[in-house]
Design a protein. Structure first.
Length: 500
């Protein structure tokens, strides 16, 4: 006999598909499914039909692959310190939803195919939480002071210690000389007395005094301005001396700059290109003058540090003890589908019955893959070890499992660093208890990236990961600076580069 679903069930299932299911509705749906096996079967059929329709639409409208032998690119979710997360493309959004429906069907079919339970089965309806935006604290630093020679600062200047992160703000150097690496890719040498503003790692304002700026990378994103003009670099080194009235003396030592004069705080729409070995003076009213040879020589030779270069920075590493990895598999009789991080946390904290609970020490890096269905999955690093768990090697992927990996991370130089995860399914990366990456939900291998400034020292890194069913992958990488280019990342490891 055909099943005639109650109208409220149809309304609730439509809310599931639209992603608008509220907490009261979730409880009502769970109650309906628990009271009727026919409702459960209708639930499976309804979602299955929707998933099939969406996959057929994807195949119909998808662009043909340019190479049948190439592997698909992993989906990428970039979480930078100053950028919001872009919405997924419709193609991947529908594909992810099709996978969602198929996984929910598999879970309910597993329940329905077994012996009839003595009591109605309770089905938990859960929803993934959106990835949180990086904390604003990640943008409060502009660079690192690398050198200090007899520097005397005004008392109101921000925190200013060598080899420590420098916050944004107004700095007044009474005397001496300092060298600062900026996150935006430039190195500056400041000669006292000077007043300057670190607006961010990409923006420097010189109010008065002498500053030498070296920006060797043409792609670096650094803006320099004075009361008289803005200076756009083109892979260059130049020195600037700003007088009390804002008049700016400039000499280009290498490369070229584009000068955009100001007229009483109004910026010209077009600028003037000035190449190496040329000097000039520009006033706040936009007037240009040629620098005398004496002024050029004085400006060129005023700095004692010589040519400026960014110091090579090593990436953070894991201590020699490596990661301690705990692997926990849920007991199938619990009827728990690991669909989000909160459920993985519950499993790791002992709120569900477990089939296995194994801890392994001395893991050098987090680069694990279990294919399960015989198909490959996108990987970024070559290690591809088995998930630590079953002593016999590959773990059983028929049921959900979670891992929690902890280690001590060593940072030898203060800087801004980027961390990467590539996971199937969800993952969370924390440093000293702070969420850096949260990639929740069940999905194909997906890359997430986030940047964070770190002082020199030791940190506790914790990675929580879960897999719902079949193919599993987890990779964790690190890069220097605010980076979103996946090829620049290295495996976060206790093994040095020469040993890998």
């Amino acid at each position: 006999m055909s099943y005639d679903p109650p109208p409220e069930l149809v309304v609730l299932l439509q809310a599931v598909l639209e992603g608008t299911l509220t907490q009261p509705q979730r409880a009502e749906l769970a109650s309906i499914l628990a009271s009727s096996q026919e409702a459960q079967r209708f639930f499976v059929d309804y979602l299955g039909l929707h998933a099939t329709t969406q996959w057929q639409a994807i195949e119909l409208f998808a662009e043909p692959d340019s190479s049948e032998t190439s592997s698909p690119e992993p989906a990428v979710c970039l979480l930078s310190v100053e950028e919001s997360v872009p919405p997924p493309t419709p193609k991947f959004a529908w594909a992810a939803w099709g996978l969602t429906c198929s996984l929910l069907m598999a879970f309910l079919l597993m329940v329905l195919s077994g012996s009839p339970p003595p009591e109605p089965v309770t089905v938990a309806i859960v929803a993934s939480q959106p990835t949180p935006k990086p904390e604003e604290a990640a943008t409060t630093f502009a660079g690192v002071m690398r050198k200090s020679d007899s520097a005397q600062w005004a008392a109101e200047s921000p925190h200013r210690h060598t080899d420590r992160l420098l916050p944004r703000g107004i700095y007044q150097l009474h005397s001496g000389e300092v060298v600062i690496d900026l996150f935006g890719g430039g190195v500056i040498s400041v000669l006292g007395p000077s007043e300057f503003v670190l607006n961010s790692g990409q923006s420097l304002t010189i109010n008065r005094g002498n500053i030498n700026i070296n920006i060797p990378d043409e792609t670096a994103n650094l803006m320099v301005n004075t009361p008289a003009a803005d200076f756009l670099h083109m892979g260059t080194e130049f020195a600037v001396s700003v007088g009390p009235d804002g008049t700016s003396d400039v000499i280009v030592l290498d490369g070229a700059i584009e000068v955009q004069p100001r007229l009483r705080e109004k910026l010209y729409s077009s600028g003037q290109l000035v190449r190496a070995e040329n000097g000039f003076r520009i006033s706040p009213d936009g007037r240009y003058e040629t620098l005398s040879e004496d002024l050029e020589s004085q400006l060129r030779n005023s700095f004692s540090v010589g040519s400026l270069h960014s110091l090579p920075l090593p990436v953070p590493t894991i201590s020699p003890e490596g990661f301690e990895v705990r692997y926990v598999k849920v007991e199938p009789d619990e009827n728990i589908a690991l669909l989000e991080l909160s459920l993985a946390d519950d499993l790791l904290e002992g709120r569900f019955a477990t089939r296995e609970d194994v801890t392994t020490s001395g893991i050098t890096a987090l680069d694990f893959e279990e294919r399960g269905d015989g198909k490959g999955s996108e990987n970024l690093f070559p290690l591809d070890a088995h998930f630590p768990g079953d002593s016999e090697g590959p773990i059983d992927l028929d049921d959900g499992f979670a891992i929690q990996a902890t280690a001590t991370m060593l940072v030898s130089q203060p800087w801004i660093y980027s961390f990467l995860t590539n996971s199937d399914d969800g993952v969370r990366l924390r440093i000293d208890g702070r969420d850096v990456i949260v990639d929740d939900g069940y999905h194909r291998p997906t890359v997430s990236v986030s940047s964070i400034p770190l002082e020199k020292g030791k940190y506790t890194i914790e990675v929580t990961y879960y897999n719902l069913h079949r193919g599993a992958r987890l990779e964790v990488g690190v890069a220097i600076g605010q980076c979103s280019e996946v090829p620049k990342f290295k495996l976060l490891s206790s093994v040095q580069d020469s040993e890998q």
